[in-house]
Design a protein around this ligand. Structure first.
Ligand code: ATP
Ligand code: MG
Length: 283
């Protein structure tokens, strides 16, 4: 798993480099897609309460990391290899979780300022999902959950920012893990239809109230299902902003047999015959 995570980090670095030469698409609120919703400025007391929530979210994993690393440093020779492996695994999971939180906070700030920038290139969902699995795998394993991916054969590519689309998938899958029951599968389905690729993430959790379906995608909104569970209420609003900036759509429905099905779709890529390197969106 460590190898996979390293691969994800390497791949993110490569994407960073590739991005410089990739098709650039600046997506701002002013650019025309109503897609990049600019959330309302919170009043100062909301800001303070958000800061308190974020500090609270950071404190738990940071305390655990400090304790584990101290224990490892002091008792390393007395611990057996399996204990060391377990402790490092737990530290790794917490680090991934913290990275996700920081990434979401930075992205939320960028969206709020209307500065969400996409570095798009032609992308296969299968490769992206491989990278995402490396990040979510350790967190799912902790809850005894596993990711089942079903993909249509011959999926067309999408024109997308791989880092941002990875963030969309990570947010949706980690929600499915957090709200899904222990020891269940999280089912990811990828299919193509009507010029779009559609990704569905389905869990076996409490499902959602359809009256709140739109609110779930608003910044800081959390339903009663979130009571006692970690989180700030930012993940789905970021999912919506990123997907809509790609010209796509998001939604949620309840799943037969219990659980939620969150989905997003984004347009596929068409390579024109005359200029193979030119990418265009087909809506
Ligand atoms: N798979 C799901 N099943 C049931 N409810 C969900 C699910 N995913 C999201 N929700 C509801 O939507 C709310 C908003 O989700 P969102 O991802 O934005 O925030 P969060 O997960 O609570 O916090 P954060 O993503 O910032 O860590 C959640 O608090 C929860 O009420
Ligand atoms: Mg979330």
């Amino acid at each position: 798993m460590f190898t996979l995570a390293r691969r994800m980090i390497r791949s993110l670095n490569m994407q960073e480099t590739g991005r410089r030469s990739a098709t650039r698409m600046r997506a701002t609120v002013a650019s025309g897609t109503e897609a990049v919703a600019s959330p309302a400025q919170p009043a100062p007391q909301h800001l303070l309460s958000l800061l308190a929530t974020v500090a609270h979210e950071l404190r738990g994993p940071l305390t655990a990391l400090a304790t584990s690393s101290e224990l490892l440093a002091e008792d390393f020779v007395r611990l057996d290899p399996s204990q060391i492996k377990d402790m490092l695994g737990a530290m790794h999971r917490r680090t991934l979780w913290l990275q996700g939180l920081v990434e979401n906070l930075l992205c939320a700030a960028t969206i709020r300022e209307g500065r969400l920038q996409l570095f798009c290139q032609s992308l296969g969902l299968a490769d992206l999902l491989d990278d995402v699995k490396a990040v979510v795998g350790p967190i799912l394993a902790q809850r005894g959950q596993r990711l089942r991916v079903r993909m249509s054969s011959e999926l067309p590519e999408v024109l997308a920012d791989s880092r941002r689309l990875g963030q969309v998938l990570i947010n949706m899958i980690l929600n499915a893990s957090k709200f899904g029951a222990l020891n269940t599968s999280i089912d990811v389905g990828v299919s193509a239809r009507d010029g779009s690729v559609r990704v569905v993430v389905a869990d076996r959790g409490p499902g959602v109230s359809m009256q709140q379906a739109e609110q779930l995608f608003e910044p800081y909104f959390r339903s009663t299902a979130a009571t006692g569970r970690e989180g700030v209420g930012l993940g789905l609003s970021i999912v919506k902003s990123i997907v809509e900036a790609h010209g796509g759509a998001v939604g949620v429905e309840n799943r037969r047999g219990g659980g939620a099905r969150f989905w997003f779709s984004i347009p596929t890529v068409r390579r024109t015959a005359s200029a193979k390197s030119h990418l265009s969106l087909v809506s």
